[in-house]
Design a protein around this ligand. Structure first.
Ligand code: SF4
Length: 190
């Protein structure tokens, strides 16, 4: 069977800002929800950005684990669940001992059971501009829920409520945004 492919806008290999502990963060390209006030409108378009196969993406993740000791991976967007192979990716990530956090504009109830059981934490719901949340990190509006699928991140719940110092973490490689180090040249779209 052909390996799943992922449409990726950005990868941040080692960040302390996209969830508890050191993480690799992936921003997927494309979101069909287009919430007013979304902080990533440049990721709305459902156009090819950087296309990586499951194996290519896993190679980056496992190399990053070895180099930086990341604890897990965060999916952001764009809308991660538009990626057909997300459950398969999550299964492989967790088999490698890493945790998986999914930010989605959908309600958790709309997700497939297959996907829900392959991630550890879901932050669900689209951004609501008239319902701002000024208490939590990374979470823009009060409707968005922290849903602990496993116990892995429950002990970190307070992280989302603890103010964080501002950090700048970026390298620019071509038009691919990577933090920490460079492992990947820009891929040709396919
Ligand atoms: S669902 Fe998320 S990524 Fe999509 S428009 Fe809404 S806030 Fe932005």
């Amino acid at each position: 069977m052909e390996s799943a492919k992922f449409n990726i806008a950005l990868i941040n290999r080692c960040t302390m800002t996209e969830g508890p502990e050191k993480r690799l963060a992936i921003w997927f390209q494309g979101c069909d929800k287009r919430c007013t006030g979304c902080c990533n409108p440049e990721l709305f378009d459902l156009k090819p950005a950087h296309i990586l196969t499951l194996d290519e993406l896993l190679a980056i993740i496992t190399q990053t684990k070895e180099e930086f000791g990341i604890e897990g991976v965060t999916y952001l967007g764009g809308e991660p669940i538009l990626q057909q192979g997300l459950a398969e990716l999550s299964q492989a990530i967790r088999a490698a001992g890493l945790g998986a956090i999914l930010f989605t504009g959908r309600k958790a109830e709309e997700l497939t059971d297959t996907l829900k059981t392959e991630v550890d934490l879901i932050v669900d719901g689209g951004f609501e501009q008239d319902n701002l949340d000024d208490k939590r990190n990374l979470i823009g509006s009060k409707n968005q829920r922290l849903i602990f699928i496993t116990e892995r991140y429950r002990k970190h719940e307070q992280w989302f409520y603890t103010p964080r110092p501002k950090r700048v973490e970026m390298n620019l490689v071509g038009d691919l945004f990577i933090t920490g180090d460079v492992v990947m040249e820009q891929k040709a779209n396919s």
